[in-house]
Design a protein around this ligand. Structure first.
Ligand SMILES: O=C(O)CCC(=O)C(=O)O
Length: 275
């Protein structure tokens, strides 16, 4: 087992993230990109908008990443040995599109309590300042949850445009990753990302999130997969893993899960435009 080192754990505790961590080769990353692009070519709308959630349910290679033992070893250092996968998101920014992610805290809208969970951002392509890598407001995870406005700006990849005000953007840390590396981030660290100004796609596959078996979904229903250990709590329905690419039943399951997720994301939205 290769846990996080004590330095890496200290970085996570002090800053709210740890990065970069090597997971797989750039050749493997290329294979995964190819599988994502096969799905996009075969069913053009499948990974768009709300379809970008839970692609690991229809892609054996993304499933393999989600259950990768190197990733799970690191995650175990943070949330303990009993680990569930409660969802994944593909954050794809194409060149010449206006995609960005407003600064937000995941714990504000994701409904997972207690906060014994962590998010893994896995680089399928290189991710850097030119193509709009994630940026972290270091140490912001130590404060309470902040007010978020809902800004439905064109290009915002977040469903409700959740936005924290007064983020010191010049002081944020860019998480520069090579394809095959990952970062881990805390539920309350403020983070976001800018436009892709390169000539190629920026693809991040995000396990959002790995949760301890003691974590409940307080805004709705999440199905989960057992990734490691035992689940003595049984708070969530368990779902299977794909054997084939784009299997018909798996496509249906993904749609059902994503419909439930939309309900979670829109719950808690109030009329004042902040939540
Ligand atoms: O991929 C991005 O730019 C942002 C991803 C994000 O917000 C997250 O993983 O929580």
């Amino acid at each position: 087992m290769t846990n996080l080192s004590s330095n890496q754990l200290k970085q996570y505790e002090d800053k709210g993230f740890v990065s970069p961590i090597n997971i797989f080769s750039k050749e493997k990353a290329k294979e995964i990109r190819k599988e994502i692009e096969i799905i996009e070519n075969e069913i053009p709308s499948e990974l768009n908008k709300s379809g970008r959630y839970n692609a690991h349910l229809i892609s054996p290679l993304l499933d393999e990443v989600t259950h990768n033992s190197k990733i799970l070893d690191k995650v175990q250092s943070i949330i303990g040995e009993n680990i569930l996968v409660c969802g994944t998101t593909l954050f794809i920014k194409n060149p010449n599109e206006k995609g960005f992610v407003s600064y937000h805290q995941d714990a504000k809208y994701i409904g997972l309590e207690p906060r014994n969970w962590v998010t893994a951002w896995v680089a399928i392509t290189d991710s850097n300042e030119k193509n709009g890598c994630m940026r972290m407001w270091s140490g912001s995870h130590k404060d309470n949850l902040k007010d978020h406005d809902q800004k439905f700006n064109e290009g915002n990849l977040l469903t409700r445009g959740q936005t924290v005000k007064n983020v010191p953007k010049d002081e944020t840390t860019p998480l520069i990753l090579k394809a095959g590396q990952m970062s881990l981030h805390h539920p309350t660290v403020v983070h976001g990302s800018d436009l892709n100004r390169s000539n190629d796609r920026r693809i991040g596959f995000v396990i959002q999130s790995y949760i301890g078996t003691n974590v409940k979904q307080i805004l709705g229903k999440n199905s989960v997969q057992l990734a490691r250990g035992v689940d003595n709590f049984n708070f969530h329905e368990k779902i299977g893993r794909p054997n084939l690419l784009m299997d018909r039943n798996d496509l249906k399951l993904k749609k059902k899960e994503n419909d439930n997720l939309q309900k979670i994301f829109y719950k808690g939205s109030n009329k004042k435009g902040s939540y």
